[in-house]
Write a protein that binds this ligand. Structure first.
Ligand code: IPE
Ligand code: IPE
Ligand code: MG
Length: 246
């Protein structure tokens, strides 16, 4: 029996998010530059996107560049932006063929003009695709997202567009970058780090967490299957008792 045969198609995460970590260490282990790790990480991105679409996962969100990653050496940041632009260009066809809609969360105004243009072009061209939504978190920071939501809501209260008593979880949700996405069901982080690194803090409130030591460029289809199988074995209680769930 293949590993994928153990996956129950009726119990897939509706929203899978991945912190793709370990490109630099992967390259270092091979005595190569960090850039080599990022280039090979792009292959794992393609695999993850195609596999999730094939499985029938409706929402995949990939942490590609954090607001804190701007503090890396300029050479690496420039390289990552170039790689992103190149990948967007070359993968657009795959997105179209697989009926995948591209979405983006983060402070896109921080991105170089060319990268931003390429991104907006791909988002526009794939906007009617419906099989899966692929969200790239780019220049993304959860605290920044929440701060921006607070500012927008405060402005609306000040201008009498909403009253304070109306502010509830749903209003907050509507002002996040992820307003059109469901909560995260499964969050995977590769490379052995057990932390969240400012990713989707609000949206992972009840996500199942899955950590693996595998470095992102080594992350293969089987690793993704393992994560989903682990997710499907868990009992999600959302505060209730086990008896209430059954
Ligand atoms: C993840 O790999 C990719 C990005 C953060 C852009 P890293 O570049 O963080 O790799 P490590 O963690 O240094 O190994
Ligand atoms: C998190 O990885 C961001 C992305 C994967 C894009 P980092 O490698 O930047 O995380 P920290 O700084 O080690 O926590
Ligand atoms: Mg890292």
């Amino acid at each position: 029996m293949k590993l994928s045969d153990h996956i129950n198609n009726e119990n897939l995460p509706k929203h899978l998010a991945i912190i793709m970590d370990g490109n630099g260490r992967w390259a270092k282990q091979k005595g190569m530059m960090r850039a080599f790790g990022h280039e090979n990480g792009a292959k794992s991105v393609r695999m993850a996107v195609e596999t999730c679409a094939k499985l029938g996962i409706e929402n995949l969100t990939l942490y590609a560049f954090s607001s804190e990653n701007w503090n890396r050496p300029k050479l690496e940041v420039d390289m990552l932006m170039k790689l992103l632009m190149k990948s967007l260009k070359s993968e657009l066809k795959t997105l179209q063929e697989n009926n995948i809609k591209l979405n983006c969360i983060g402070n896109l105004d921080m991105l170089p003009k060319g990268t931003k243009r390429e991104l907006e072009d791909a988002i526009e061209k794939t906007k009617n695709n419906s099989r899966m939504t692929l969200t790239l978190a780019l220049s993304y920071g959860s605290r920044e997202e929440l701060t921006s939501a607070v500012k927008q809501i405060a402005t609306k209260v000040k201008n009498n567009i909403i009253v304070i008593d109306e502010v509830d979880e749903s209003i907050i949700n509507q002002h996040l970058y992820t307003h059109n996405l469901p909560d995260v069901d499964l969050l995977i982080r590769t490379s052995g780090e057990h932390r969240i690194s400012n990713f989707l803090l609000w949206q992972i409130a009840y996500a199942e967490l899955y950590f693996t030591d595998v470095l992102w460029p080594d992350f293969k289809e089987e690793d993704l299957f393992q994560a989903i199988i682990s997710y499907q074995k868990r009992e999600r209680r959302f505060g209730k008792t086990s008896e209430q769930i059954k």
